[in-house]
Write a new protein. Sequence first.
Length: 240
Amino acid sequence: MSLIAFYAVLLRAQGDLYDRLSILDSRPSGSLDSDLPALQPHLPPVLRAVASAAPESLATEARLLLEAGNGRLDRALLAFWRAPSDREFFAKAIVQPYAQWLAETGVAPVGRDVPRAGTRCPFCGGTPQLSMFRGAGDAALEGAGRSLQCATCLTSWPFRRVLCPHCGEEDERKLGYFHSPAFDHVRVEACETCRHYLKGIDLTRLGIAVPLVDEVASAPLDAWAGEHGYVKIELNLVGL
């Protein structure tokens, strides 16, 4: 199965989890420790989806988690909640719908050891997964309508164009934008000061683009960035 086909399966499983959480009678508390019992009955379908469609290493891990019962996965989720890492696939895949549920209900997350900064999500403190442009015409690439999307709760928030989303560099001479004709609506946005990057999805060039999907589909741009010494601000769910 291709990378995009697997990601499509994963997104459907995450969407189903979010839908199940959003119709619960009770509101979330914002503390994963307290809300975990409400999540537990709905987690096996996510693991089964990964087991059915993921590359073999992830599929094997999903099957082991299903066999292990709640304890092992619970510990991974709580550890990730307190100290997030973009290397923890299963925890991130499950926390995203939960954090989105918090954002949609306006319940602030608690118990997370993340710094608060102007370059981070104003709701949960997560790092950005990607940037988006929604301005009119080519003005989008000159600064109009730029926003970032959180890698944790998927919230989007306005963000200045001439500003590094990682270190806050403001000197436009140190902020580079790299583009390939193969991905006309996607570009690498890199900072020469901190050597970090993320990808920008220009919705003025392709209005039907789905930013989270196109960010994964443009994986060759990540390979290019890595070859040139740039480090991604936040790896996506497929590890790119």
